[in-house]
Design a protein around this ligand. Structure first.
Ligand code: GAL
Length: 371
């Protein structure tokens, strides 16, 4: 009897570890205090051996920002410590990030030169629905914050994409919204490709919604976002301090209707996974690759495999995290299962990216472990 009790006591920690020691997508994910992690549409930064997970704080009954951007830290990607609010919305009326605004998909990158943590996010001004279509920038001396809000605006005002030469600019300038009474006709699609919306927003700046950030091996950073009424993705280079656009940007998949961009680089190829545009409802993921961040970008079939693969397992992409151990690198595909009626109950999908015939594949797994 005593022996059996001893054995049970000995095995108990293993049982608990088995329960907590794997990544289980779609389940409640308790932090160190036992509360479901509240960091949606997020991204992860590794700094000094610690992972920092930044995301949208979601409330019980509204998807508007009542708190701001939260930060969690972890050494093993499984057990997360709540570091609190990294960027707080404010009570100040009329402020860009006034409580009740829409503040989505925050991402943080570290600038080695300035030693600053730079946060970019999608911002919609309070009371304006999704019309503002801005990006916001905040900065901090420490990974977990507090972050100081710097500014928000539309993108690349008065600038054409790098692939537009004199001829393309003239042809875009000749386009007028008024000539297109109906969308999705062959003529309209052609005009979108030629920059119908880029021209429309040229003077005020390009729309900037769903987004991510990417730092390349050479230290150059990029802001990748849904623009042109979510019809076309833009990839915009950042200035060396990571706090502004440099003015160089390219368009990806014009009229392709892509949202939720997540990107990684493997063996010199850039891979991007996105979603279609169905709001909080899941749809089939898309995948693109390019030999350079500037393109050309080629579309591939849906990389998801398994149950609900045609709906991204019920989720929508948000980030791809490279995790290295020795000379091995694993890429983790991260997505959100949104719950618009109970936003804080939204769940996380984290799945390892495999390669088949040299192409990324995201296979559903009930549970798995990182190395
Ligand atoms: C999704 C987008 C989310 C959020 C939502 C609002 O398509 O990816 O970040 O903006 O629409 O309906």
């Amino acid at each position: 009897m005593v022996k059996r009790l001893f054995l049970i006591l000995l095995l108990l920690p293993l049982v608990v570890f088995a329960e907590n020691g794997t990544i289980q997508s779609g389940k409640i994910w308790p932090d160190e205090d036992g509360n479901h992690i509240n960091a949606h549409g997020g991204g992860i930064l590794k700094y000094n051996g610690t992972y920092y997970w930044f995301g949208e704080h979601k409330s019980e009954h509204t998807s508007s920002a009542l708190v701001g951007v939260t930060c969690y830290s972890s050494k093993d990607l499984l057990h997360w410590h709540n570091c609190g609010v990294a960027l707080s919305v404010t009570d100040e009326r009329g402020h860009d990030i006034e409580k009740g605004c829409v503040l989505e998909r925050p991402k943080v990158i570290y600038n080695k030169e300035t030693k600053k943590f730079c946060m970019w996010f999608h911002l919609e001004l309070k009371g304006q629905g999704y019309n503002a279509a801005r990006y916001g920038v905040a900065v901090s001396e420490r990974p977990e914050g507090p972050y100081e809000f710097l500014y928000s605006q539309r993108a690349n005002k008065g600038t054409w994409p790098i692939e537009f030469g004199e001829k393309e600019i003239a042809s875009a300038n000749a386009l007028n919204m008024a000539d297109f009474k109906e969308g999705w006709t062959p003529e309209w699609l052609e005009a979108v490709g030629k920059g119908l919306f880029v021209k429309r927003d040229f003077k005020t700046g390009q729309m900037s919604r769903d987004m991510t950030l990417f730092v390349d091996d050479d230290g150059k950073a990029y802001h990748i976002f849904s623009s042109e009424e979510n019809l076309t993705l833009h990839i915009a280079e950042l200035t060396d301090d990571y706090l502004h656009h440099s003015g160089r940007y390219t368009r990806v998949a014009p009229a392709g209707h892509n949202e939720a961009p997540a990107i990684f680089k493997h063996d010199g190829t850039y891979w991007m996974i996105t979603s279609g545009c169905t709001g909080w409802d899941p749809n089939e993921a898309r995948m693109f690759s390019a030999p350079s961040i500037w393109g050309p970008w080629t579309q591939h079939p849906n990389p998801c495999r398994g149950p609900l693969a045609d709906k991204t397992f019920g989720g929508q992409s948000t980030f791809i995290l490279p995790v290295s151990s020795g000379d091995k690198t694993q890429y983790i595909f991260m997505a959100d299962i949104w719950r618009p009626r109970h936003p804080s109950d939204a769940r996380y999908i984290w799945l390892p990216i495999e390669f088949e015939d040299g192409k990324p594949v995201v296979r559903w797994r009930e549970e798995w472990s990182t190395f």
